[in-house]
Design a binder for this molecule. Sequence first.
Ligand code: NAP
Length: 283
Amino acid sequence: MENLIDGKAVAARVRVDVATRVAALKARTGVQAGLATVMVGEDPASAVYVGNKHTACHAAGMASFDVHLPGDITQGELHARIDEICADARIHGMIVQMPLPHHLDEAAALDRIVYAKDADGLTPAAQGMLATLRPGPRPATPNGVIQLLKAYDVEMRGAHAVIVGRSDIVGKPQAHLLLEQDCTVTICHSRTRDLAAITRQADILVAAVGRPRMLTAEHVRPGAVVIDVGINRLPEGLAGDVDFASVQPIARLITPVPGGVGPMTIAMLLHNTIEAAEAAASD
Ligand code: NAP
């Protein structure tokens, strides 16, 4: 289909760029960029995500460190492991795979990651740098959305971008990233009145709701660019937050699920890690 945004292809280009930079850094300084993942417990979906991150690291020539901790670990023990990783000079980026088991405090674990090694760009320090539009690691998924829009030459300056969702992981950083690109930004959430009246004003509509196929053709202005961040697991397979069947015919451009935003998240994680490794090598 002509109006599909091919996230796999854009992500592949980002990963080639990362691999080139990893090789150049190694040749210039002897430093091999490295990413560590911390997973707690046995969540099967998390295990798949972590495995994909390691595969992507190896393909880019990066070292990867797989820290898998027992599900009954205490908060203090988790923090001690995060501190060890942050102090390990072989590791330039790290992530804590979410969700953590219920007895652990996810925000406190994120707070423990030193800003310079924050490969997900989700620590309060990284979010603060983004909110004040200063340089720093950008949150991987919403930054992936920006890279998709750039790759398809979508005019962002002055465009009205409407985001449905205000989470710390997607919605809020997405708003700051789109502001950084000079969009006029509106954020909607579960308390928004007359959602469709607002989303129909969007030149760029970003769905990050976590409700399968919630945004239908009635929410979309014909000719809008529609970015679907949603990943919902249904018995019949994956579905986005956008009702692709009704929206695809009227959108100018649209991301499929899977194959749209999803592949960009890991690519941007690798991007943040090579940026951190280059910065560490130049210190
Ligand atoms: P989240 O923390 O559950 O946030 C969902 C947001 O949607 C909240 O702000 C919520 O509003 C809003 N919302 C819920 N129902 C709504 C409604 N009926 N009308 C308007 N807004 C509504 O989810 P998230 O972590 O941001 O993730 C969003 C989606 O993106 C999920 O499907 C997730 O799986 C996916 N995701 C994908 C990737 C990727 O790699 N592609 C990465 C992260 C997340 P309130 O704040 O008022 O509750």
